[in-house]
Design a protein around this ligand. Sequence first.
Ligand code: GLN
Length: 466
Amino acid sequence: MSRQTIEAAVSAAEKLNDTLNAFLEIDRKAANRADGTSGPLSGVPIAIKDNLCVVGMQTSCGSRILGDYHPPYNATVTQRLIDAGAIIIGKTNCDEFAMGSSNENSAFGPVKNPWDTTRVSGGSSGGSAAAVAAGIVPVALGSDTGGSVRQPTSLCGVLGLKPTYGRNSRYGLVAFASSLDQVGVSSREVADMGRVLGVIAGRDTHDQTCADVPVPDYVATLSEDIKGLRLGLPSALFGKGLDDEVAKSVKEAVEVYRELGAEIVEVDLPNAGYAIAVYYIIATAEASSNLARFDGVRYGFRAEDAPELRQMYRKTREEGFGPEVKRRIMLGTYVLSAGYYEAYYRKAQQVRTLIKNDFLNAFKSCDAIITPTAPTPAFRLGEKVDDPLAMYLNDIYTVTANLAGVPGLSVPCGLSSERLPIGLQLLGPNWSEPTLLRLAHQYLQVRPFNERPPVSATYLDSLTEK
Ligand code: GLN
């Protein structure tokens, strides 16, 4: 049974890859590992974003500079999945070093949205979101630094979780911005997400930022009702720049929650308007430091015809990194340099604290906050590539959770008139994943999202049946 499941997943991944470009590597022999597995995820096919280390597979981070880097160790989250019996079937495409909101920054081409292949999948974990949405795998791992699991899952019509900072180990996740990065989960079912989170979460001696907080049974509490839970509505965030259909869907979801017995309370996040600026200072600063290690000596790619050391560094980085990564290294180096550090980086850190305090205050009067996940449904490929600021604004609803460290969950809540998925976002206090998952589960009980995209594994099945 499990062997057939893995074979089906691998075959769907292969057949759909010409259309979606969701995978950078597919393990055609994955089914050989299916026999005799045991554990809570026994025989479950899982896809992993290509910035998480998996022994025996590449870790390119969607970048040329890593070349065909094959890590000698598993990321902790990977190891835990394998130990739980899961079968990793491949590595998913992503924006280069997880920098992007549309998956168009991958050195290996964009991921296409299974709902409309002329549109972006969202990013940076677009390959993972598309693979789940297309029905190739029930679950995929991604990383979320400013929305990279939630935003693409919203655009692809599946669930996406960014856990509390420190919930999951970052050991073996290639660092983008270490104070913001967190491994997240994309799935179609809430229970699958809970199961997988339960396996990967928890203390890891390889990562000192991974917290020693007990891991609850995330599935056990899903069916508890949500009567009396207070849901915070930051009405000020439903203004300018938000697509009408997205606003309407999320507001309808608020009414569903009211009917389910939740109490809707107005909340204010007064510093949310600074979040994009703060995020793009802190994330680029940390990236400029983290990416210094890619120098042609330690990993993967090294430029040819560069006999002198400094020339080799320069040429390797020039040829190995794409334009968005270079832009961020330059921005980050700038905001950290003497004279600008106080004006930009330190100021951004101070405002980050204000944003965090906004959440702490808001959570005094509510158990979770509801917002849209992304301001618009999936946009067209190429539409925003020449306008980095327009691209950065896609992250307006997601970056605050990373800045504050709190968990965020994107839940599909409807389709636009063009049949493109819309997602709502639930944000909660630290370690409130059980509440967020329960809120998602209860919502989907009354508003199930059963629609499937035109490009999917079921679509393939229907072709072979004919
Ligand atoms: N879109 C954001 C960025 O480009 C977030 C990326 C992420 O979460 N990895 O930085």
